[in-house]
Design a protein around this ligand. Structure first.
Ligand code: DGP
Length: 114
């Protein structure tokens, strides 16, 4: 999608710090990290949010979660633990309308998720 920030990052039109990439997904460091490790995992296909995945192929969705795990492995936090979050819509403060998963870790995270 031409005016989507994350589509531009995936296309390399906007620079990012890549952590991992495969056919379906791209992972890069969040510009405003909320934890010692904070990586964003996005599908290469433009999907606005979790709220609009009804017709998205299962392999694309599975690839996103698998990439979250791969990122945790690459970042060395697979054993210590990590959190995967996807904000969806206004009440969740989603600010970029391209499905993304925050992978957070590298430190003790808060019990408070709200
Ligand atoms: P959310 O609030 O869940 O929609 O998260 C969007 C995230 O995207 C937020 O943590 C900051 C990050 N972000 C916004 N613009 C850029 C950018 O240009 N580059 C990178 N690497 N991250 C960005």
């Amino acid at each position: 999608m031409s005016d989507c920030l994350f589509c531009k990052i995936i296309a390399g039109e906007i620079p990012s710090t890549k952590v991992y990439e495969d056919d379906n997904t791209y992972a890069f460091r969040d510009i405003n990290p909320m934890a010692k490790t904070h990586v964003l995992v996005v599908p290469k296909q433009h999907i606005p949010s979790v709220g609009e995945i009804e017709n998205v192929p299962d392999d694309v969705l599975a690839a996103c979660l698998r990439t979250c795990r791969r990122v945790a492995e690459c970042e060395g936090i697979l054993q210590s633990g990590f959190r995967v979050i996807s904000n969806c819509g206004k009440d969740a403060c989603q600010s970029v309308q391209h499905l993304h998963f925050h992978v957070l870790g590298g430190q003790q995270l808060s019990e408070n998720m709200a």
